[in-house]
Design a protein around this ligand. Structure first.
Ligand code: TRP
Length: 332
């Protein structure tokens, strides 16, 4: 990959970040910041698109998400951390882009479709919710980002952004906007501790990076395993066993993991021993993250976010000026 790549990612501040975020995206951001210009945005406007009636939740979680970032090693000296609503140029770009995509195309987006099923909008889908992928296209293009580290649910959104880019450049005969590519993390769908669905804050089945050692242990001991593995000597199933899914994602010694799987399948390895191994693994990963988190205050994170937003805004301003010029909105 060339050094001129620009990386941009974002999260909605609707709760603390969890191990799915960590393994799916945060870890790779920490590596990427060593090589590329990185922008990490807290998407408070996007979070409002389905939490407009609960702005307090969004506001509080802006600082919490930023603490999660810093605690895993995203370094404000290397990555620009900023807040979406502090960059009004993003909202202005969104309006221009809205002309370039049809309502039907937005309705066809599988990510939006899946989200609509989870929510209770019934027949009154807010226009802002349907259009959030357009504002996401603004987030990406404002910084001329080329690489977007995300989970696979975000792929349809990057596709929409690229469609808007191509359409804009064609219609206005310009080269201002740049297409981007996703980078997928090594684990795409970390299952929830209940084994039923992807780990998510809204389903209450996730392990948060900020969980205390006691809560972490409790969650591991509640994990879904193999309901037919009753006696230690019974053969157990690895497939669909949440403890193994987490060991696959987080346990470094792959040879040792292979032999644990074999022993479990044969019979003779108890769930509590296995959960003990996972507990040690995750406690070791989370201990330094927790410690780092405790060392940053709300004042620290707000300072970081405000100065990052000033920097980010300069860049977005330039892109907006180029976009308006390409459209021909020049009044001198
Ligand atoms: N849609 C992303 C999420 O739900 C957040 C997001 C907003 C984003 N703008 C972005 C991700 C730009 C990547 C690029 O987590």
């Amino acid at each position: 990959m060339s050094v001129n790549q620009i990386v941009l990612t974002a999260d909605r501040p609707t709760g603390h970040l969890h191990l799915g975020h960590y393994i799916g995206s945060l870890k790779s951001r920490v590596e990427l910041q060593e090589h590329y210009k990185c922008f990490v945005m807290i998407a408070d406007i996007q979070a409002l698109s389905d939490n407009f009636d609960n702005p307090e939740k969004v506001r509080i979680n802006v600082a919490e998400v930023c603490k999660d970032y810093i605690s895993v090693g995203i370094d404000p000296e290397k990555s620009t951390l900023f807040i979406q609503s502090l960059i009004p140029e993003l909202t202005e770009l969104t309006i221009y882009y809205l002309n370039l995509i049809s309502v039907t195309r937005l309705e066809r987006n599988p990510t939006v479709k899946a989200e609509l099923q989870q929510k209770s909008f019934h027949d009154s889908i807010p226009a802002g919710f349907l259009a959030y992928p357009v504002s996401q296209a603004a987030d990406i293009t404002a910084f001329k980002a080329t690489l977007i580290p995300v989970g696979e649910d975000q792929l349809p959104l990057i596709e929409i952004a690229n469609e808007i880019v191509r359409r804009f450049n064609r219609i206005y005969n310009s080269k201002v906007l740049i297409e981007s590519k996703p980078i997928l993390g090594k684990v795409q769908r970390l299952v929830g501790i209940d084994g039923k669905a992807k780990a998510s804050k809204s389903l209450g089945n996730a392990i948060f990076m900020s969980d205390t050692p006691e809560i972490l242990k409790q969650k591991i001991y509640n994990m879904y395993t193999d309901p037919n593995h009753i006696k230690i000597s019974d053969p157990g199933k690895v497939e669909g066993n949440v403890v193994f899914s987490y060991l696959d994602a987080f346990f470094e010694d792959k040879e040792e993991l292979k032999s644990l799987k074999k022993r479990y399948q044969k019979g003779g390895l108890g769930d509590s021993v296995l959960k003990g191994i996972l507990n040690d693994t995750l406690q070791n990963i989370l201990a330094p993250i927790r410690e780092k988190r405790a060392s940053v205050s709300n004042e620290n994170v707000m300072e970081i976010l405000i100065s990052g937003s000033q920097k980010a805004r300069e860049i977005a301003k330039n892109t907006l000026a180029e976009v308006k010029e390409a459209i021909g909105l020049l009044y001198k």
